[in-house]
Design a protein around this ligand. Structure first.
Ligand SMILES: CC(C)(COP(=O)(O)OP(=O)(O)OC[C@H]1O[C@@H](n2cnc3c(N)ncnc32)[C@H](O)[C@@H]1OP(=O)(O)O)[C@@H](O)C(=O)NCCC(=O)NCCS
Length: 225
């Protein structure tokens, strides 16, 4: 079992974020671009990091199997409410960099969350990390009081389209020749109703499914904080 933690992107992880961006998108944003996102209060950048199979307890000793069992029940695998405040992370002193496995971002614009990035390291795809991160972005957007989520996706990106469909995104438009590198069209997707009781119910269902998927692929979710 390997530990997985959700946290806001911090300054020390910026080079790793850039490397992941390069691997997944061939360089969508520059270092300065990520820095601007870090500095922007309307931008939410979340990452999933691997914390290693063995984890030290608060007292510095190696965690035992008993510790890990207790920790698993205490964290109950998935409590997004406990994401630490971004400002704390961004200003925290240098610490050993964990491996960054996935990166997601949205911009809060009026009542909308514009999802700008969702990327999982190719080595770790198809293990449930993409859905965990999308769930985290949507939960964060809901907690900010946003009503809708929207994004653009390449018409040929079947993996991403399948993922968004699972989260009830619907096609709302078509942008012709949107991507300059290939001239490919983009689909515009929407997911509304994020402040409704139905959405809260869907979040709970997804949470359970994601927990199951992660544990099948050998991951244990740790809360931040
Ligand atoms: C899209 C992406 C984020 C999915 O991440 P992932 O960790 O592999 O996804 P998960 O393992 O959580 O899978 C969740 C769902 O996504 C869909 N999916 C993911 N990979 C898929 C694939 N290769 N083929 C078909 N569907 C796929 C499936 O619906 C899957 O659910 P299932 O496992 O029940 O079939 C990842 O492929 C990626 O980073 N791609 C490159 C960057 C990118 O295109 N981002 C989207 C930009 S809009």
């Amino acid at each position: 079992m390997t530990f997985l933690e959700l946290q806001p992107l911090s300054q020390d992880l910026l080079p790793a974020a850039l490397a992941l961006d390069q691997r997944c998108f061939n360089g969508l944003w520059t270092f300065d671009g990520y820095q601007r996102e870090l500095d922007s209060p309307s931008s939410e950048l979340l990452v999933l990091v691997e914390k290693g199979a063995e984890r030290e307890g608060a007292d510095g000793r190696q965690a035992t199997a008993k510790d890990r069992k207790r920790e698993a029940s205490e964290t109950e695998a998935f409590n997004i409410q406990n994401i630490p405040a971004p400002s704390n992370h961004r200003n925290s002193p240098a610490r050993p960099s964990p491996s960054l496995l996935a990166l997601g971002c949205y911009w809060a614009i009026l009542e909308e969350a514009h999802i700008t990035i969702l990327a999982v390291d190719p080595t770790y795809q198809r293990q449930g990390l993409g859905q965990a991160l999308l769930y985290a972005l949507l939960t964060s957007a809901r907690d900010r009081g946003l009503e809708r989520a929207t994004l653009e996706v390449r018409i040929s990106n079947h993996s991403a389209l399948s993922l968004y469909k699972k989260f009830d995104f619907r096609e709302a438009g078509h942008r012709r020749h949107y991507y300059p590198d290939t001239g490919e069209d983009a689909l515009v997707l929407w997911r509304g109703g994020m402040q409704t009781p139905d959405f809260a119910e869907r979040l709970l269902q997804w949470q359970q499914q994601i927990c199951d998927r992660l544990s099948q692929t050998g991951w244990q979710w740790l809360t931040g904080g």
